[in-house]
Design a protein around this ligand. Sequence first.
Ligand code: CA
Ligand code: CA
Ligand code: CA
Length: 403
Amino acid sequence: MVHMWMTIISLEKVMLLPHKDTLVPSLVQLCKFSLNVFLCNLRPKNMAATNKVLVAAAVVAAFAALIGYRFLQLKEISLSTREVTVKHLNCHYLNNIEYGAEDITILKDGLAFLSTGLKFPGLPSFSDEPGKMYILDLLHPKPTPVELQIKGDLDLSSFNPHGISVYIDEAEDSVYLFVVNHPEDKSQVEIFHFVQENTLVHLKTITHPLLHSVNDIVAVGEENFYATNYRSSSIDALHLLTVLLGLPRCDVVYYSPKEVRVAADSIMSANGINISPCKRYIYVSDIIDHEVDVFERQEGEQLVYLKSVAVGSLCDNVDVDHKTGDVWLGCHPNGIKLSQYDPEDPPGSEIIKIKNIHSEQPLVTQEYVDNGRVIMGSTVAAPYEGKLLIGTVFHKALYCDLK
Ligand SMILES: [Ca+2]
Ligand SMILES: [Ca+2]
Ligand SMILES: [Ca+2]
């Protein structure tokens, strides 16, 4: 997810402006200083040059004011001062998950897939081992994650799994697992065939210039998917510019073997993505905008924007209850606490549910909140028959009772 926070922190460091209370006075001083320097150099003999100097000074002052204003906005966007009130459920830690389960998806028969051990620029990671995939049977009396064996020609030493999605071919009774993978910070999508009981057979690696900063995917066919880009560009300078100017330039890309194209754009930072039980609607978490964008799938797999639902938090992955259609979100209550990881003041976790998302008044509720003393950096909340699995970027995972 959170390149954005590193950008904000880098900006803070570069500009040597540690707190917003000192930011505005500093910028005012900077503007005054630049004007004074230019005014002291005025020479009445050369009025043309003087005018140029004045214009230059005004441009410098305006640019400083713009950056300062945007900088204050970025601090608000990151919810940098937000503290949470704890709201717990009856939960326990899942065995074997110590280094994060960034994404989780659950099949109708209660089998859950977990992507673990993500290493992501700007976020903590406490394991040198490559990432792994796990499976968990929620129908088992004591559900315990088991590592999936991966067969095929995938390089496991650089495996770095992020967002995941499953496509089920009902006719063939086949389960395909799609995994966003970042070997050496690249973005690609791996497609696996799930073979009972604990094996993934690697079928294909998909790369494409439009899939430059993929966070999550939702599979809609054996080799077809929508993918979110959380950055506007793979070029750092261009991405930084759009962040500074506050331009919503991230997108959702549709991929099929025949066609790859942008299906939806004008998103600030597209993170989690998922699909409604009827397969008609697509939900995208616009993490920077603190909202979930709702799209309708149209002919030719174009996405038409319908509306956004405000969630008041930095929501990461999206899960959908296959029975009720409720949308569940794993969220970060405070982006700065997440990226500046301090064990004394840990990043919290927040699970949000949206009921009746297509109605005039969707119901947005906090279902679980922790200050980081139990669980840090929640990214996903996947419900199943009165149970809830909560995954994180780099910490543990929880199994909770919703009843
Ligand atoms: Ca996902
Ligand atoms: Ca938005
Ligand atoms: Ca994510």
